[in-house]
Each structure stands twice: as C-alpha cells, then as structure tokens.
Design a protein around this ligand. Structure first.
Ligand code: EPZ
Length: 448
C-alpha cells in the first residue's frame, strides 16, 4: 500500500486544474446500462472508483471496445492503476478522460461482493438494470468507515415502482417485468437513492414523481445525460423531480461536471498554507456554501470567472474560528467537513462542527489530535480550539475525505508527516500529489 511523505510549511502558490466529478461520473457510467447504443462520456477522472465501476460494467457485459469518435488513444501515463485487470476499460480511457461504452448485449445482472465491498456506489446499477433487463442482483453493501449507510430507501422506492425485492445469501435481488411510474417521497434525502430511482423511472410506464429528492449538482448532471439519451425529466436539482417514462433510450455524448469536492479541498489546501492559488476548470457556483464559510474564517477568496476560484495569501489576516454544520446541498457538504476541521485547527477561537449526514464521520479527528490539534468529540459534534501548531507524525487514512484532511494537515505541520493507506485518497482524487507538488508542496508518493 502506497504512502505519502509530506514536509509542511510551504505556502502553496500557482494554479491547479480540477478533474471531473467522481460522484457524477459513477451514476453517468451506470446510466449507460439503460441503452443499447454507445454512450460517450468526457472529463472522467482517472480514479479508482471509476476503474472499479468499469470492472463492474464489464462484468455485466458492457462493451468498452467502442470507437471514441474523437480524441487519440490513451497514453500509458493516463492509466496508472496497476490493479486494472480489465484491459478493455483501460484502453477505453481516451485523452481528456473520454470513454465510450455500450451496453448492447448484457450477459449478467449481478454486482458481486468483491466489487461492492470496495465501492458501495455499485448499488447505482440497481435501478438501471431492473429498468433495462427486469432483474438486478446486488450484493448488500456492508457499512463503511463513515457509517452503516443502508440502502433501504433505494429498495423501498424500487418496490413502489413495482419491483419485487428479496434478499438471498447477502444479495439483494430485484425483479420486475416492467416498472410502473409512481409518486415516491423519500423519508430522508439520499443522493444515490435519488439517482438510482431516477434511472429506474426513465424506462418505467407512466409518470414518476420523486419528492424530497437530493438537489446535488451530480444529480442534475445525471439528469442532463439521461435527457440527452431521450429521457423526459423536469426539476432535477430541485427537491421535486418529474419523470415521464419512455419505451427506450438512445446513446449520447456528455461531459462530466467538475469535481466540487476536489476544488473545495484545494481551496482548503491554499487556505491552510496561507498560499496564493487559483483553482481552475471548476464550477464556483457549486461551492457557494463552502466559499461563504471559508470567507467567514477570514480566507480571502475571489471568483474571477465562473470556472475559477482564487485564494489569496494571508495578507496579515489570521484565521478566525467559525461554527459549521453539514447539510444536504446547497448547504455545506459533508464531504468537505474533514477538510474544514483541519483548517479551523489553525483558526483563533473555538469552532463547533456538527455532522448531520453520517453517524461516524470524525475518523480523521483522533489523527489530527495526534498531530497536535485540540479537538473534543461529543456525538455528532466536534469542538475545535485553535490556533494550535501541528507537528508531523505517522498517521493512517481511514476513508476518502479523512485522508484528504490528513494531507492538508501535513502541508501545514512542522516536520515530516507519513500517511499510510493512501489508496483511500486514490479513490476520489486524481494524482493529488502531482497537483499539489506543482504548486510547491513537498509531497511524494512512496510505493509500498
Ligand atoms: C453520496 O453517498 C456520495 N457518494 C457521498 O460521497 C456523499 O458523502 C453523500 O452522498 C452525501 O452527500 C456518491 O455520490 C457516490 P446518501 P450516498 O444516500 O448516496 C442515509 C465521497 O466521499 N441513507 O445521500 O451513499 C445514509 O446512511 C462519498 O465521495 C439511508 O438511511 O449518501 C446517510 O446517513 C462519501 N438509507 C444519509 O442517508 C438509504 O437508503 C445520506 O446518504 C440511503 C441513505
């Protein structure tokens, strides 16, 4: 398992380009199951979860040997993951993360445990597979580091659309001759639950209304792809989504939106090192709550264009504590909570952080305390007292965003920080160490 070695204390300076959004790319890849025609996706990030999803789709019979209408073949440097066992999907990656996939002849309808256990978002094949083939078998995703993360809302929604759901040997089996449109009110807001059911509904008979739906930009991006495939969807990005089912969908071309969490992570990296960094190829409007909150701590942030965010150096202003509460979009995203926590360890005063989305998302906290942070935990609340100098230490990553916060801590800590198990970070950040090195960070990846 690779590790990072970071020597902190350097204010970052320069420009960082953001990759495509992992959490938009995953449902968009799953949406290719809804048509027998080619779906060409651009701006895909080269991260582990995308490669895992490609293995999953290949396992179902999806064809990756589809000519990409434009763009040269991939260069070796783009496919870095030695674990990639499926050459087809490796070849499929064209320049600028372009990939063409075609679910012409599905040969299987099962997402096996060995794939689901590494990526719970495999449940995103449930809706499209039942809609397209009438059956899906998905290994029950266990919990993960940040919580139990059940999929009861996905299954209740599928049953409302007429699917018969059973569980056999740890597998969820969903069957339906043809799904029927229905009104579904989610008990609580679920991002992939909204995406799963939107994909089930586009081929259902009649109208489906999803209420209390997730409003995340990734949901909107999926809806944009589905509409370009011929689906009829209104209200994506709001809490009420109306879908008129169609008999079939065609192929499409679609560029994935930029990754707002990657962008926010780099804003935090610039802020915590008091550097001067411009983050490009992002969507500043997808990060409004994050930008507003960071400004409350005293960070000087400009948005020169709608696709760039500039963090100015400290200009002699010290960071100030500010309370934060995670919320569903457009509130402050839970996926930025760990990054915010490490930032406010460097702020004067006491910040109260309340995590409202997941029940166990402070795993990064004790590791930050080992580096010198002053944080007390009380259920879903963390009380951070700053500013406290951090000192480099050996730490262990536990989940994707926690590992990002440990990188940020290493960038500001005195001395050397060694982060173990960086495969967590590789799930959702494309070559993060190269992007940070390019703006002055002293970070290197040490292969295991
Ligand atoms: C998506 O996960 C993201 N993953 C997560 O990003 C993100 O943290 C999360 O949304 C919240 O924004 C992808 O999009 C692939 P939820 P998801 O369903 O859909 C409960 C990252 O770091 N719930 O919105 O799995 C659930 O336990 C990842 O990129 C049920 O109770 O999250 C949680 O407490 C981490 N029953 C809350 O709802 C269900 O059936 C929100 O979960 C579904 C969810």
């Amino acid at each position: 398992m690779d590790r990072f070695i970071i020597r902190g204390g350097i204010p970052l300076c320069g420009t960082i380009r953001v990759s495509g959004a992992k959490n938009a790319a995953l449902p968009c890849l799953a949406a290719s199951l809804l048509s027998d025609e080619p779906v060409i996706l651009g701006n895909l990030p080269s991260v582990r979860d995308i490669r895992t999803t490609c293995k999953l789709l290949e396992n179902l019979g999806v064809n990756f040997d589809v000519p990409i209408t434009a763009g040269p073949d991939p260069t070796e440097s783009e496919i870095t993951d030695s674990e990639l066992e499926t050459p087809e999907s490796a070849r499929a990656f064209g320049e600028h993360g372009r990939m063409a996939v075609q679910a012409a002849n599905l040969t299987n309808c099962e997402a096996p445990w060995e794939l689901v256990r590494t990526m719970r978002a495999s449940t995103l094949i449930l809706g499209p597979l039942v809609a397209r083939c009438g059956e899906a078998r998905v290994s029950m995703p266990g919990g993960c580091a940040i919580g139990a993360r059940p999929i009861d809302l996905h299954l209740k929604g599928m049953e409302k659309l007429g699917a018969e759901i059973t569980t056999e040997h740890g597998m969820v089996v969903a069957r339906a001759r043809r799904l029927r449109g229905e009104r579904i009110v989610f008990d609580r807001i679920t991002v992939t639950g909204t995406e799963d059911l939107m994909m089930a509904a586009v081929l259902a008979e009649g109208e489906t209304v999803l209420e209390n739906a997730a409003r995340e930009p990734e949901v909107e991006d999926l809806a944009a792809l589905l509409v370009s495939m011929g689906a009829q969807i209104e209200g994506a990005g709001t809490s009420v989504i109306r879908i008129q089912g169609k008999p079939r969908l065609g192929g499409a071309m679609h560029n994935i939106i930029p990754d707002r969490i990657e962008a926010g992570t780099f804003v935090a990296a610039a802020g915590i090192t008091r550097g001067d960094v411009t983050i490009e190829t992002c969507r500043a409007d997808h990060l409004q709550a994050v930008i507003d909150k960071f400004r409350e701590t005293g960070l000087l942030i400009e948005t020169p264009t709608e696709s760039s965010i500039r963090v100015l150096g400290d200009r002699g202003i010290s960071l100030q504590a500010s309370d934060m509460r995670t919320e569903e979009y457009p509130g402050f995203p839970t996926d930025m909570q760990a990054q915010y926590m490490v930032l406010v360890t460097q702020a004067e005063g006491t910040s109260l952080i309340t995590e409202t989305i997941f029940e166990n998302r402070f795993m990064h906290g004790p590791e930050l305390v080992r580096m010198g942070a002053n944080i007390r935990f009380d259920g879903n609340r963390a009380i951070v007292r700053g500013a406290t100098p951090l000192s480099g230490a050996g730490v262990t990553a536990s989940d994707l965003r926690a590992s990002a916060s440990l990188v940020l801590a290493g960038l500001v800590a005195s001395g050397e920080t060694i982060i173990e198990r960086v495969y967590h970070i590789d799930r959702g950040y494309e070559r993060i160490e190269e992007k940070l090195k390019a703006v002055g960070a002293r970070i290197q990846r040490v292969p295991a």
